[in-house]
Every structure is written in structure tokens, then in C-alpha cells.
Design a protein around this ligand. Sequence first.
Ligand code: AGP
Length: 624
Amino acid sequence: MVRYRYKKQNQDCNKTISSGKDKKFMCGIVGYVGKDKALSVLIQGLKRLEYRGYDSAGIAIRDINGKISICKAVGRVNDLEKKLRYDASGNLGIGHTRWATHGGVTVNNCHPHHVGKVTIVHNGILENYLELKTILCNEGYNFYGDTDTEVACAYIDYVYKNNSSSEIKDILEKCMNIFVGSYAIVGMIEDYDSELFVMKKDSPLIIALGDNGTYVASDISAYANDTKEYVPLEDMEYGTIMDNEIHIYKNNKELELLFNTLDVTNNEEGLQGFNHYMLKEIYEQKDLVSKWYNRYFNNHEIDSLVNMNDFKKIHIVGCGTAYHAGMVGKYLLEYYGDIEVQVFIASEYRYQKLFIDKDTLVIFISQSGETADTLACIKKVKEYGVMTLGIVNVENSSIARIVDKVIYTKALSEVAVASTKAYTAQVYVLSMLALKMALANDKLEIVDVKDFYLNLSNLIDKALNYDYKHIIDLIWKQEHMFYLGRNIDYVTMMEGSLKLKEISYIHSEAMAAGELKHGTISLMDEHSCILVMATLERLANKTISNIKEVKSRGAKVILLIREDISNNLDSDCYDEVILLPKGCYFTQPIINIVYLQMIAYEVAKRLGLDIDKPRNLAKSVTVE
Ligand code: AGP
């Protein structure tokens, strides 16, 4: 068997590869060629990718007579199984879960697509598909759906038809020279009875080896139980996969592959008695903070972190929850590191003018390590010769592989679409970077904060066991919610607000408490409901004044205030109050967010919603 690949060794931290469902992307791809029945292998793989969110699923099997049978269904993999009428005896096939981008959620748009002699599944977006469609229509091709994938499929067929004496790799290379956009494509050509082809650009694709065959998937979790060795393809690589042979090329040269070994020790599978992954993951934070304490304080990993004092300014880039973690990082780093920090949303950063040079450190935060906008930003800043640091959860993910240095957050696999423990892990890492600066700048000593970190587990436990009923009674029927706070509480509220809207579908807006009276206060009346956080002693009174302004307009106020600064609180200024335990500036945001995660979870639960797979959302956004 030809099993080759180069392995990049650019990371300064742990290099083991975690298994389990820890790589999350939008659509899911599976493929198999081997000795087992492809049908059951593929269905199993698709089921293991279900957590990512999708709206339709499909499968294509080549049977032993060479016939390709395709089955597709809108809905879940279970719905696909109910539709499967053929007894597919073949050992070669591909499957897909689709999250609609181009074209509605219909069976016609669902993958696999089959045109002429070619059948494919595809993740990503083919940007020049309309242009190619026009060429193909002129060549006599007809299209039945609206997807870019059907066009990609037809184009591969077109090139194949016109170069039928060429090897598959040459067909693929020709297509890749024409395709613009992002793609992970796995396919079959009718004349080849024992091989799949693959092509990859800007969308993840891995090849894995098992005892009974070769697997391909967008995410190793699809086959973590069946394989121990895998290799992620890099951009612009393509090739063919058989039961006993793998040939991967770049620029027409065959590559040497070096396989990674799966580390299956760290990821606990299943719900383990919890009703939802989100709740399980919120609870996991209690133990994780102790593990991280060991890592940084007992095993002194703080010493090996990047020395931020080597830089004059820092940019932090991420999306959604990762962006919010970056905002917390900004407050910590600026306060303790005396360094200018700007935080950017990746989809904006990738197109804006940058003022960066070798004195700038650019930090990229991502749970999945595959978010398309964040990846694009890394590629962009590399042109400036700056140093890049990734704060990433999924080990060996695309972002982890291309940054100069990576810090793995070690939150273990996160399954629920709404990120919880991964956020906390990101904040924890950023707090370690800020602490390292504070120590270097003689702003404090490690003994000043160590016990606060040590005590985090107990304080998270308090948040988990709090009785949220009265709070949820106030929120669950609201159409709109407002989350207010100042300074680091404000950015924690941004994340809390996102959590609520993601899973409860209640519109929610976070803002700096002092900003309310500059416009949004016009919305306040007796139907409004406001969640306010005040955990900074020096700013609490100012925040209380702001809530009096909304209370006097009849709004309902839920106040989250640090217990030790709540003594002289006027009970008229809130309807419900949660007394939060005291942390230090570094640890308080971690304590606070757990309360907000629980509130979001309990509201969605009261509403009876699909908490782990909220509508329209995908675990990781691998398209622009
Ligand atoms: C989190 O709850 C969200 N689902 C989402 O905002 C997410 O944080 C964002 O898409 C970034 O993902 P990443 O961390 O995997 O890059």
C-alpha cells in the first residue's frame, strides 16, 4: 500500500490528535472503498456527522455490477434510511449531509450529484459556477437543481469526456485549474470500479485507514471508531483512493504521506445521562478548569506561552463566540499588559486595510480551527510577515496547521452548536497570556491570583446548581431581550446574549450599559426585559444608575451582581437578582458566563426547542 504524506511540525504545543466529534463543519462528506458493504459504513459515518447541523442527506453506492444507485432525502439520516430501497451490495460509495447554501432544501439540490459518468459530493462554494454552467449548457448539458455542485459534477464529466484517455489525476488537475472557490470533493467515475477521487481547496478533507478499507471524510469523527490513522489533505491536493492504495498529488507530483495517529483517550462519547450536549458541555467546565489549572500552574505551561512583550500591538481575530472571547482578552491584555489590543470580526478583517508589521502579533481564535473567514484572514496577514498565533480547540485542524504558533485550548470535543466550554477555554488561555504579561511587568505575583483559579471549579458548581426558575419565568415569553454591562461585563454579556438568541430564537441585543441612553432607551417600556451584569466594584454604581433609567420606564430588570458589592442595593431597581460569587479580574468573566449559559439553556428548554441543533446554524462555518 502507498501511504505517504509530509507532516508539518510548526506547533510548539501538544501535537496529539484528538478523536471524537471535535471537528465540526457545515456539510458533511463521507466516502468508503474496501471490503465491507459501503452502504452501512456510509450511513454510520453520516450519523456520526449529524451533530453538525444539516437539512438533507444522500448516498451513492456503486454495486458489484457497476451500477450506481443514488438515494437522497430532505431531513435527517433516518429519513434517508427509510427511503433506501436498494440492497446495495457494493463496496464503494460516497455520502453527504447538506446545509443549504446555493439552492433551497430540496431533493434535487441534495448531494450526491450525478452527471454523465461522474457522481460527486461537495463541501464549499464553487464561485464561478454560473460561468461554467453557461459553458456547459452550450455543450448540451442540462441541469435539474440550483446548486454549484451539480455544475462542478458536470464540469468534471465534461473534462473526462474530452480527455477519456487521460488518467483521473490529470482530469482532476485540469478541473482544479478552472474551479474558483472552496471545495472538498469526493467522487466516482463510472469506468473505474474500485476507486474514489478526491480534490481539496479551502474546505477540510481527510483520508483515514482502517483494517477493512480506506475512508474519506470531511471530519475524522465520522470514522473515529473504525480507523487509527489519518491524514488531512492540504489545499490544491487531489488524487485517487482505493482499498489498498492511495495516490495524492499536488502540481502533478505524487506526495509522500505521513499519517497521524488518532488519540482516542480524551473524548468521552455520548450524552452520559444529560438531556443535551449543551448542558453536558456546560457542566464539563467544572472539571476542565481544574485540568487547565494543572496544566498552567502545576505543570508551568504558562512559562512556555508566547512572550507578548515582544510586540507593540496585538490584533485578535475570530467569529461569533470566538470574537467575544477575543473581546474579553482585549480587556485583560490591555489592563495587565499595557499593550494596545484591537479585536476584529474575521469576515470584516479579511477585506479591510491593515496597519500591521513585524511588531504586531495577530491572534486567531477558533474552536473548530476550520472557520473559512478566520482561515482567510490568516492567509492575508501572512503576506505582511507578521507572527500569527492560533488559539484553537481542534488539534491538527486547518488553522492549527497554518499559524506560526498554536495554543490548544483543550476543551475536548464540543458537540452542541452553541459553544460553551470552548469559549471558556479560549478566555482561560487569553487570561494566561495576560497573566504572563502582568508577571513580566511586575503588576502582580502569581500568588495574587492562583487561588482564584483554583477556586473556579467550586464557583462554577454554584452556577450549575443555581435555581433559575424565576429568571426563566421572566424571559421565556419575551420577544426581545437586552443584555447590559460595562467593561469586561459588557463583553461577557455579548456572549450571553448570543447564546440566548442562538438556541431560544428570542431576539437579543447586548450593549454597553452607558450607551443605552444614546438611542436604545427609546425602546424601553413595560414590555421590555433587561438582563444587567455588574461585577466590577468601581463601575457597579454607574451600571445601577443605568438600570434605574430603564426601571423607571417600566421595564423588567434581572440583575446579576457580585455578592460582595450588593450590600446597599436598592431593591426597587430590579425584579430578580442573582448574587454572583467573587472572582478576580481574570476569573470573574469565567464565573459569570456560566450563569448566562445556564439561562440560555433553561429558556430554550422551557420553549421545547432543539437545543443542540438550533435551526439554520452549523457548528462551524466553512463557507464565506
Ligand atoms: C457559537 O455558539 C457559535 N455557534 C458561533 O458563533 C461560532 O463561535 C463561530 O462560528 C466561530 O466558530 P469557530 O470558533 O469554530 O471558529
